[in-house]
Design a protein around this ligand. Structure first.
Ligand code: UGA
Length: 430
């Protein structure tokens, strides 16, 4: 089939390359000429394991990129994979999606025959039906349900494993309003589903598909917050929370994934999506108490790290090493990293902060241009009065003699990763 993908961000580029891999002819439309040139040269514009290989393999053949929206005219379906950033009050900002929908609509005015427009971006329920569809109709002059249809296909890609998550999904969710759209979406996903060994395909409505994405992320984020709440109780009683949560995870009704207690969840998705669904619920007259509590627990974890530090040393004037700046290991992404509120709190308390991350330093420098950054964990620890571990990079588990160079070796471990050893005052956050 012929597919057009609007947006060459992390989702757009990944799905474009993966759709090409399963046999579709794909054109990726983006306004950024450098990104377009990069894809056409066979270079992935973002770093994701396995993506470079796919872009290199299919560029110039089943995958091409362009800045020209007219490219969608020659395709069967268009996927909107554009960013939906957060506003200050938690609502999502739809301006980029709306601009994309207008451009697609204007282009579809020249379309000969039926077309399907699918929302891939994470949007709150009813957005595709009540915002995207009217824009497409107005700009194209076409009739929804006759000349074209809308669909919704949420993505469950994790940063760092986006390609393997796409090609080996736990489930495929296809939201549509008409039989024709449902059949076309099935055709798009059949080769992927077959290749992936037949994961469940959930055929549902458009607003249900939108909600499934939020429910998924809200559930995972809440699961971590619940693990953190329980682990905090364990800490008060001197109980090993890891042993407790490992045992709890063995219950097949619960499962062990996303029970990793610690300094909490960050990234570009969980914080944004939980805030957006809480805000959308409130607009609809419902107070999402559980989700609000999940956010509150998450906000408290970095503060608890500082409280634990205070039990051992006064942060004011102390040199404090923050180990790990990325929101999770395997990425240089610092968006909503738990290191940000932690460093803010340390600076407020008068600490002299030195940060270290194997790959995320440059991105964190944009948030905190004035703190020190070290080139290695050993350098960060040398002369430090305390170390706070925020990201579970493997290299922090291997730290040993490096702690000897600390002035006062207080270690507060937000990811329960550092090995306990003589010579350090070790406290796990949970
Ligand atoms: C998340 C979801 O896992 C994807 O399914 C979803 O598609 C994506 O958001 C999205 O909406 O685009 P991602 O943000 O890449 O993916 O990161 P995760 O691997 O889910 O981790 C999120 C945060 O939770 C990280 O800060 C991580 O350190 C934290 N976490 C994760 C824990 O604190 N404990 C755990 O047990 C697991």
């Amino acid at each position: 089939m012929k597919l057009s993908i609007i947006g060459s961000g992390y989702v757009g580029t990944t799905i474009a390359a993966c759709f090409a891999e399963v046999g579709h002819d794909v054109v990726n439309v983006d306004i950024d000429e450098d990104i377009v040139a990069s894809v056409n040269d066979g270079d992935a514009p973002i770093h994701e394991p396995g993506l470079d290989e796919l872009v290199e393999k299919h560029a110039g053949d089943r995958l091409r990129a362009t800045t020209d929206y007219d490219a969608i005219l020659d395709t069967d379906a268009t996927f909107l994979a554009l960013p939906t950033p957060s506003e200050d009050d938690g609502h999502i900002d739809l301006s980029i999606m709306e601009a994309g929908a207008r451009s697609v609509g204007r282009t579809l005015a020249d379309k000969d025959g039926y077309h399907l427009v699918v929302t891939k971006s994470t949007v709150v329920p009813t957005t595709t039906e009540e915002v995207i569809a009217p824009l497409l109709e107005d700009e194209s002059g076409l009739e929804l349900g006759t000349d074209f249809d809308i669909g919704m296909n949420p993505e469950f890609l994790r940063e760092g494993s986006a390609v393997s998550d796409f090609l080996g999904p736990d489930k495929v969710v296809l939201g549509s309003q008409t039989d024709r759209a449902a059949a076309l979406l099935r055709d798009v996903f059949d080769p992927l589903v077959e290749r992936a060994g037949g994961p469940p395909v959930v055929e549902t409505g458009v607003r249900e598909a939108e909600m499934i994405k939020y429910a998924n992320n809200a559930f995972l984020a809440s699961k971590i917050s619940l693990a953190n709440d329980l682990a905090n109780i364990c800490k008060e009683y001197g109980i090993d929370s890891e042993e407790v949560l490992d045992a709890v995870g063995l219950d097949s009704r619960i499962g062990s994934a996303f029970l990793g207690a610690g300094v909490g969840w960050g990234g570009s998705c969980f914080p944004k999506d939980v805030a957006a669904i809480v805000a959308a619920a409130r607009d609809a007259g419902y107070e999402a108490t559980m989700l609000e509590a999940a956010v509150e627990v998450n906000d408290r974890q970095p503060v608890r790290m500082l409280d634990i530090l205070r039990e051992h040393t006064d942060p004011s004037g102390a040199r404090v090493a923050v180990l790990g700046l990325a929101f999770k290991p395997g990425t240089d992404d610092v968006r909503n990293s738990r290191a940000i509120p932690l460093i803010d709190a340390l600076l407020d308390a008068g600490a002299d902060v030195v940060g270290y991350d194997p790959v995320a330093t440059e991105n964190m420098r944009e948030h905190f241009p004035d703190i020190d950054y070290a080139d290695s964990a050993a350098d960060a620890l040398a002369g430090a009065d305390a170390a706070l571990v925020v990201t579970d990079w493997d290299e922090f588990a291997a730290l040993d003699d490096e702690f000897d160079a600390m002035t006062d070796a207080v270690v507060v471990d937000g990811r329960s990763i550092v090995s306990r050893r003589d010579g350090i005052v070790y406290e796990s956050l949970v």
